[in-house]
Design a binder for this molecule. Structure first.
Ligand SMILES: [Zn+2]
Length: 302
């Protein structure tokens, strides 16, 4: 998606934010944030947040110490670009299209809460825009706690708004979004409800018990981690949103040898594993891996 590639990233970010003014609120005092000529967002009480030259805004009050997750997000980008997530992304896009097409969602606003390096949102945004009917003027906003993730997103995808922020205290005004996405990321249902419009929907993707089962078997054989269930997460969702759909997305992915290492870097399963187990995975000759997600679709309860 290279449009206006000569323009500075900060200028296209400014233009997007101006076009959608009233979206952000100050994380300190909750007043509306406006954009000033000096490339910063400000509220009426004088709190200021600069736009980064890479084209994102940082609305996090306490900065996280980064560094480690840069590798993780780079690995996720490689895996994502290999098509690993495409059936899952396609399922989300299809669902949004089905729900939104009758409701005049040409200018629908989508928030990806916990967007990481932004590739899921960018893919879905582009897929929806490419559909023949509707979604011609949709807005995509990606938020993540990780500055490294957001920097990568802003660098790669200029036509969306990217923001470093805390999901438990979203710096967004009430009732701004038609769709909130929450893909393989922790949730804050209270905040999701607050920023959704009354007709809004939440789509959550969570790992299903068979997700990466081949890795799980090597890493956790004979321990209580070998089996994984997501019932608790589903119950929490259904307590907060009216559950409309619970859909399984299961498929096998053929793995190129070099992608196995990226996959190992990407998944939290391996983060505390000993080198011996990691080596066992690398030398396992694994050619294909099980991908299994559950997709939950919820409506805001009255
Ligand atoms: Zn303020």
């Amino acid at each position: 998606m290279a449009s206006g590639n000569e323009r500075k990233k900060i200028d296209s970010a400014k233009e997007l934010i101006l076009k959608n003014s009233g979206l952000f609120r100050c994380p300190v005092c909750e007043q509306e944030l406006g954009l000033s000529r000096s490339n910063s967002l400000h509220c009426s009480r004088g709190h200021n947040y600069d736009l980064a030259k890479q084209g994102y805004v940082n609305l996090l009050l306490k900065q996280e110490k980064g560094g480690y997750d840069k590798q993780l997000f780079a690995a996720r980008k490689v895996i994502g670009d290999s098509g690993f997530f495409d059936p899952m992304r396609k399922a989300i896009s299809k669902l949004i299209w089905e729900v939104g097409k009758g409701e005049e969602w040409a200018a629908a606003r989508i928030l990806d809460a916990g967007c990481g390096e932004g590739s899921h949102l960018a893919w879905i945004w582009q897929d929806l825009k490419a559909k023949k009917k509707g979604f011609t003027d949709i807005l995509g906003v990606g938020i993540d706690l990780s500055k490294e993730g957001i920097r990568l997103a802003a660098k790669e995808y200029q036509e969306l708004i990217w923001c470093v922020a805390d999901l438990t205290k979203l710096p967004l005004q009430d009732r701004q979004f038609d769709i909130v996405l929450n893909i393989l990321s922790p949730a804050n249902y209270g905040e999701f409800k607050r920023v959704l419009k009354d007709h809004g929907i939440l789509i959550k993707i969570l790992p299903a018990p068979n997700y990466l089962i081949e890795l799980r078997e090597i890493l956790f054989k004979g321990t209580d981690k070998e089996l994984y269930e997501n019932d608790g997460v589903k119950r929490l969702f259904a307590n907060s949103f009216q559950l409309i759909k619970d859909q399984q997305i299961h498929y096998q992915v053929f793995l190129k040898e070099e992608n196995l290492e990226h996959l190992i870097k990407m998944t939290p399963l391996t983060w505390n594993a000993d080198q011996e187990k990691i080596a066992a995975i690398i030398h396992s000759g694994l050619k294909s891996i099980t991908v299994a997600f559950d997709l939950l679709l919820g409506k805001k309860m009255a």
